[in-house]
Ligand binder design. Structure first.
Ligand SMILES: Cc1cc2nc3c(=O)[nH]c(=O)nc-3n(C[C@H](O)[C@H](O)[C@H](O)COP(=O)(O)OP(=O)(O)OC[C@H]3O[C@@H](n4cnc5c(N)ncnc54)[C@H](O)[C@@H]3O)c2cc1C
Length: 345
């Protein structure tokens, strides 16, 4: 590791395997540890690194490295969390982009500021949470979002963006479009509503309520339920490499949905408020017979067809081959193109 200027930490030929939860081997020709906004600005102004392309990396839980990145890797490690404002309608907390998301959720609960419990146990960093507007068990980040700070990778200028500027959608935001790869998010502010109200409409949570007889769970109970449901359903990336859901649930028009139901009336679908329909991608993949299948060392998780896993020593090429084969068979049977959720490098 070399230190240049004001302690900018640069690693050369850095192994990335430990930095992505699928456990894919790749090497960064240069990896810079980003501890604050000044580090991003130092990279922008750096005589060598400044003009090279950049890849922003958080916890690596939504990234598939199919090759060595042709870019300088900026690993975001900005620390810190604090209550910054106490309003009548909300607690406003601020967290550094490098903080672990789940630890932040647990910390807010321990402080007596509930509101994030449905988003427990989502791997990754705080700074990546706005990128795809993380969501689970009936809550999306957008519903708890106040604003964020980011540094522009061309100019080094710091900006603050509110929810409107982030254009959040289903697993989507401006950071997947106009600002894709262009800004490093350094801090995120969240608003935790007062008074707190539980979000319990999700099927698995309703079942927990029925099983436990607890129809008015507090935030800690919801947190515990979400953690135990997730542990039972999803592979632990520490033990089996994965990136959670590999494909987005496709959103289709009413006509398209009717066409798919005609192909198979059992298709799992949900009506959305705008008249479109969301299809369960896991169901489509399962219906094509993929659950438990393996190509090379990459496979489809036995308990959840939407999750691709590393069976040990998988290469990026094997993951790509498996993902493409799944896309082709789902398209062939249902006429639907599945879109990968993680960033594919
Ligand atoms: C077991 C498992 C379960 C999961 N469950 C869910 C779930 O329920 N809901 C859900 O929404 N997601 C889920 N995910 C996906 C993943 O946890 C989230 O997308 C998470 O927000 C990714 O965080 P990360 O720090 O690992 O991001 P990374 O994988 O490092 O990066 C993801 C993307 O964000 C960009 N990025 C990262 N940090 C920054 C930053 N500071 N500034 C700008 N760009 C940045 C990267 O360039 C990349 O495009 C799951 C993943 C796993 C492995």
């Amino acid at each position: 590791m070399t230190r240049i200027a004001d302690a900018l930490q640069i690693e050369r030929q850095a192994a990335l395997r430990a930095f992505n939860t699928f456990g894919l081997s790749a090497t960064a020709h240069a990896l810079v540890h980003i501890r604050d906004e000044a580090d991003v600005q130092s990279v922008v102004n750096h005589p060598e690194l400044g003009r090279l392309p950049k890849l922003i990396l958080g916890g690596g839980s939504n990234i598939i490295l199919t090759r060595d990145p042709a870019a300088v890797v900026l690993r975001v490690e900005v620390p810190g969390r604090a209550l910054v404002e106490q309003r009548d309608d909300a607690f406003i907390i601020e967290a550094g982009a490098g903080e672990n998301w789940h630890d932040l959720v647990a910390w807010t609960l321990a402080q007596g500021w509930p509101g994030l419990e449905n988003l427990a146990l989502i791997p990754g960093t705080v700074g990546a949470a706005p990128i795809q507007n993380i969501g689970a068990y009936g809550v999306e980040l957008a519903q708890r979002f106040e604003s964020l700070d980011a540094v522009d990778l061309m100019t080094g200028r710091k900006v603050t963006l509110n929810a409107r500027a982030c254009s959040f959608g289903y697993r989507d935001s401006v950071f997947k479009h106009d600002l894709r790869g262009k800004s490093v998010i350094t801090r995120v502010r969240l608003k935790l509503p007062r008074p707190w109200r539980p979000v319990l409409g999700y099927f698995d949570l309703e079942r927990r309520m029925a099983e436990s007889g607890n129809t008015a769970p507090d935030a800690q109970t919801i947190f515990d339920w979400v953690c135990s449901i997730r542990r039972a359903k999803l592979p632990d990336p520490q033990k089996i490499g994965n990136v959670g859901s590999f494909f987005k649930n496709p959103v289709v028009t009413e006509d398209q949905c009717r066409d798919i139901i005609a192909r198979d009336p059992r298709v799992v679908h949900y009506a959305l408020a705008d008249g479109s329909f969301k299809l369960a991608a896991g169901w489509l993949i399962d219906a094509c017979g993929w659950k438990g299948k393996t190509i090379g060392h990459a496979g489809v998780y036995e308990q959840h067809a939407l999750v691709l896993v590393n069976r040990g020593g998988a290469s990026g090429a094997e993951v790509l081959t498996l993902a493409r084969a799944i896309q082709e068979s789902v398209y062939g049977r249902f006429g639907i193109r599945l879109e990968p959720e993680p960033l594919m490098i």
